[in-house]
Design a protein around this ligand. Sequence first.
Ligand SMILES: [Ca+2]
Ligand SMILES: [Ca+2]
Length: 364
Amino acid sequence: MKRSTTAGGPYTVIASPTSSEYTDRAVIGGTYYYYVVTAVNLSDIESTSSNEASGKPTLRPNFLFIITDDQDTYSVGAYRRTEPCERNAAGSVEAIDTPHIDRLAREGMLFHQARLMGGNQGAVCAPSRTMIMTGRQTWQRTVSSAADTLPGVFNRNGYDTYRTCKVGNSYDLANNEFAARNDATQRGAADGAGSDWHANNVLDYLTRWNAGGRAKPFLVYLGFSHPHDERHGRPDLLAKYHGVDVSNPASISLNTGAPPLPLNHLACTPATYPAHPFDHGHLSVRDEVSVDGMGQYRTEAVVRNEIGKNFACVDWIDQQIGRVLAKLEDPNGDGDKADSILENTYVVFTSDHGIAIGRHGLQG
Ligand SMILES: [Ca+2]
Ligand SMILES: [Ca+2]
């Protein structure tokens, strides 16, 4: 897949802001840093407005932006193998199969120690996703013009923009700017009711885009609704990671095959688990008290079970990413990769924020 130069450029902006409101903080060393995705080296891109006008093939890069909901780095193999991580009873790092996300890390760049800027509410999805859509930091995250949102920038520079994502906790001024979108919150375990629903939408879009003659380069925003709770994993994957999908945490008994406790899990006994191990000042936020299958149970049995469910949901997401990458390598689906667009597509993978699931004694 396409990679940005890491040695300092020279970078070329795809688009500059429509107003001067960004420029006081978006210029570094004479270079605009409006969005991370604009800081790509375009020196090898042949397409210009003049050769497009002359009818020469467009070689401007495509962008596939993948975002998951509430995913911690501990549920990605590439991170589990490179950062301090809990060991299982055999002394090994408990594995999760994420070969396609791992491929992105291996062939691209892997960011460590990323931090969420925070927010003024418990649901930090909203500020995080709004920052992505505006390129602005959390306390100045709105823009006056839809043209200055992520899809707006791509729209006015000749890109076709498509979005599929969960509904809510986001920034509608930007969401509405995508030329086409299929949004719905899909966290089911049945075929077509979970992460595969979002992937199916992208595959359908890419089929249309390819059949339509690739008239424009694309920005595809692929947002999965998982692994955000409720973590309804598919039965085969729940079995793989020893998670049990039940709503009542009191019914969950310790399964020694489930992933081990996090390194920084704060122990609490059944006699004390309703009480949080320390007062972080926000004890009643939803994720701390009412997640399906967890509630206020901070026991080893519940935490390990929930991590197993989390792994099951992420494994399924990874399989969907694999389907999309395969589509980029063979858009017409004839088994021949001669028509691959993967090498001309920047692929970004991120989550809106992490999730504790027992770390630091936190649930959310
Ligand atoms: Ca989220
Ligand atoms: Ca093909």
